[in-house]
Structure formats: structure tokens, C-alpha cells
Design a protein around this ligand. Structure first.
Ligand code: PLP
Length: 388
């Protein structure tokens, strides 16, 4: 058995070796990518090579990739009324969000509160396309933000269908692809995304680097979050995080090459994991199980379980899992995703997320199942004790 079993890949993935090498190589550079001398040009090459890799990961042109400090910053940058095109310069008036978006999208970016509208999801966590169509029809040229796959459940959204609705209504679509990229096909054009958010650390790059990608050069964000020296073609000032960006590019290249093999690998292990959970606790609920999901994610609960207790018990047994989204961990908050899916508060409180990745092994899954068997037995004894 391994010493620890890390099964929290949706929170962050371990750094890929290729990313570490690129990071180290870039750290040794002395130049600033904006400088014209040879040292500067060497640093620039690292940034531009990474831009090409990130672009090809999502089927975009390098000139449409803008590096940021995180997926969160890319989401904040995208969610603004000030998105212009050659034909349209007037500010966007409404922001439509699915009820299961990540907290950084749910914050609404730079839209005023009263301009933001929630689009409901069904019991599996898929956006209600009928409700989306109605809201789009009511809002002249809205910005719609819909994630490609959910960080808690792994449920995949019908993004291309949503894009058709949004575009027919004259709106723009932003897609948060942070959890999807590297796990399922993520092509800007096939998705119909006008803007797309990525984060390096979910694909084996370093934490603290992200990107906002636009579909065409006709999309222009007129109010950058950070102004200054004009880096990232004026959209994100500040000397580039050259090492982080280079490592992001290296991780993107491997993620693109290995996606299908890695996804098949995690899907097989996830099957074992879910069969194991069902065999140990037949009453366990796997959220979003009837929908298309990422191949690596399982969010489950049993009646009477408290997620925070379970996560601590797993940790003591050497298994790292989480109680839903990583951002709020430390303080466990009830999941807005499960609440939006209509899950009972009792089950919501018990939801534990297990997420796998390219480095996960059978032994990791066995270690998890061993810990779960003990925990589930203790839980059912406790419940019998209460019933007696
Ligand atoms: N969007 C989704 C769906 C996420 O899961 C996360 C991170 O958990 C983010 C955005 C934020 O990315 P970052 O951690 O790079 O800020």
C-alpha cells in the first residue's frame, strides 16, 4: 500500500515532470520578456512557446490566449459588461449564470448584483436549456457563463447546445473549462465558446497561473483588471510569471497528448472505486450518476454521514479527499451545487468528493476502499446504537 493516497485532483493536481523541468529552466533566465536584448528575447520565447501549447490544447490561436494569475482571475476578467466587438460597443446589460458555477463565476465579476440572473439545473446538475432560452430571450445581448464540467460532481454541461441558444439570442458565451480540459475534449469552436477560462494547476501545471482564451480577435475586453505596462496585449499588465507560464505550456502539451489515455485510466479506476462504494454501502448516493460526468470524479454521500468527520477520518487513514469544493475547505460549507440539484440538506452535509488523476493507481483506490469500509462500518454501528 502507498503511504498516502492523494484523491483530491479536482482541488489540484501534482506537478507533471515536464512542467517542473520547464519551470526550472525558465527560473534560470535573467531576462524580462518585454526587453529587446537577447536575454529578454529568450524569456519571451518561453512565454510564446507556452502560449502556442495552451492555444492548441483548446483549438485556439496563440494570439487569442491571455495569461492570468489563476482561473479565478480569468473568470473575473471575462465577466464584465465591457466586452466589445467590431459591430457592438454598447455595454452588456445582463449576466446569466448556471446555479452550479464555481464561486469565482458566482461572484458575478464586474456586473452589478441586480444584473445577474441564475439559470436553474435539473436533478443531475445539468443546466435547464428551456429556462436558459427564456432568459436569453428576455435579455438583449446577455453574457452567459456556463462551466464545461462541475468541480464537485464532474457533471458535464450541454455547452454546445447552450451556445446555439445564446448566439441565436445575440448573446456571448463564457465557458469555465478549468475542470474539463485535459479530461474530456475541449475545443473552443466545437463548444461555441466566445471566451474560455483555464487554470494550470488542474492539469499538472503550477498553482497561480491561468489563461483567458477568446474565440476570435473580434472579441475585445475594454476594461482590464490590471492596467500598467501593457503586457498581454494590454489586457493584463505586470511582468509575466515566466516560469509559471512556461510550466503551464509544458503541462498543456502533455495533457493534450495524453488526454485519451489518462482519461481511460482514470475511468477504469473510478469504476472500481464506485463499484467498491456500492458494495460496501448499498445505500450510498453518487451525485450526477445519471448524467455524463468527467471520468475522474465521484461525489457521494450516505445518510447520517458528516462530510467534515469523514474527510478527517480518511485523512487519518492516509487518504486525501475533500468535502466538495477546495476553495471553501477549512470551513466546510454546504454545497450550493447539490442544493441547486434539489438534494436534501441531510445528504448535502455528508457529500465527500473523490477525484482521481493521471498518477492514481489501483493501490490508491484500494486504500480508499479499505478506509471507507472501516468508516462505513463505524457509521452504521453508530446509527444502530442511536436506533437501539
Ligand atoms: N473554476 C473551476 C470550475 C474550478 O474548479 C476552479 C478551482 O477550483 C477555478 C475556476 C479557479 O481556478 P484557480 O484555482 O486557478 O483560481
Amino acid at each position: 500500500m502507498p503511504e498516502r493516497s492523494y484523491l483530491d485532483w479536482n482541488a489540484t493536481a501534482p506537478l507533471r515532470e515536464a512542467a517542473r523541468r520547464a519551470f526550472d529552466a525558465a527560473l534560470s533566465l535573467s531576462g524580462n520578456p518585454s526587453s529587446v536584448h537577447a536575454e529578454g528575447r529568450a524569456a519571451r520565447r518561453f512565454v510564446e512557446n507556452a502560449r502556442e501549447e495552451v492555444a492548441s490544447l483548446v483549438g485556439a490561436r496563440p494570439s487569442d490566449v491571455f495569461f492570468t494569475s489563476s482561473g479565478t482571475e480569468a473568470n473575473m476578467l471575462a465577466l464584465t459588461p465591457a466586452i466589445e466587438s467590431a459591430a457592438e460597443k454598447a455595454p452588456l446589460k445582463r449576466l446569466l449564470l448556471s446555479a452550479v458555477e464555481h464561486a469565482s463565476v458566482r461572484s458575478g465579476g464586474r456586473f452589478p448584483r441586480d444584473a445577474i440572473e441564475d439559470i436553474p439545473v435539473d436533478g443531475e446538475g445539468r443546466v435547464d436549456l428551456g429556462a436558459l432560452a427564456e432568459s436569453v430571450a428576455r435579455s438583449a445581448r446577455p453574457l452567459v457563463s456556463l462551466m464545461q464540467a462541475n468541480n464537485e460532481t464532474g457533471v458535464i454541461q450541454p455547452v454546445a447546445e447552450a451556445a446555439a441558444i445564446v448566439h441565436a439570442g445575440g448573446g456571448l458565451l463564457h465557458v469555465d473549462a478549468v475542470q474539463a480540459v485535459g479530461r474530456i475534449a475541449c475545443d473552443m469552436r466545437a463548444l461555441g465558446a466566445d471566451l474560455l477560462t483555464l487554470s494550470a494547476h488542474k492539469i499538472g501545471g503550477p498553482k497561480g497561473v491561468g489563461a483567458l482564451v477568446r474565440a476570435t480577435e473580434d472579441i475585445h475586453i475594454a476594461d482590464p483588471l490590471i492596467r500598467g505596462g501593457g503586457q498581454e496585449r494590454g489586457l493584463r499588465a505586470g511582468t509575466e510569471n515566466v516560469a509559471g507560464i512556461a510550466a503551464f505550456g509544458a503541462a498543456a502539451a502533455v495533457a493534450r497528448r495524453e488526454r485519451e489515455a489518462e482519461s481511460a485510466h482514470t475511468l477504469a479506476l473510478r469504476g472500481k472505486l464506485e463499484n467498491g462504494i456500492a458494495a460496501i454501502s448499498p445505500g450510498a448516493v453518487i451525485f450526477g450518476a445519471a448524467a455524463e460526468r468527467l471520468p475522474n470524479t465521484t461525489l457521494f454521500a450516505v445518510e447520517g454521514m458528516k462530510a467534515e468527520t469523514a474527510v478527517i477520518a480518511f485523512d487519518l487513514a492516509g487518504v486525501a479527499v475533500s468535502s466538495g469544493a477546495a476553495c471553501s475547505s477549512g470551513k466546510v460549507q454546504p454545497s450550493h451545487v447539490l442544493a441547486a440539484m434539489g438534494v436534501s440538506p441531510a445528504l448535502v452535509r455528508g457529500a465527500v468528493r473523490v477525484s482521481l488523476g493521471f498518477g492514481t493507481t489501483e493501490a490508491d483506490v484500494e486504500m480508499f476502499l479499505g478506509a471507507w469500509r472501516k468508516l462505513a462500518t463505524a457509521l452504521s454501528k453508530e446509527r444502530r446504537g442511536i436506533a437501539a
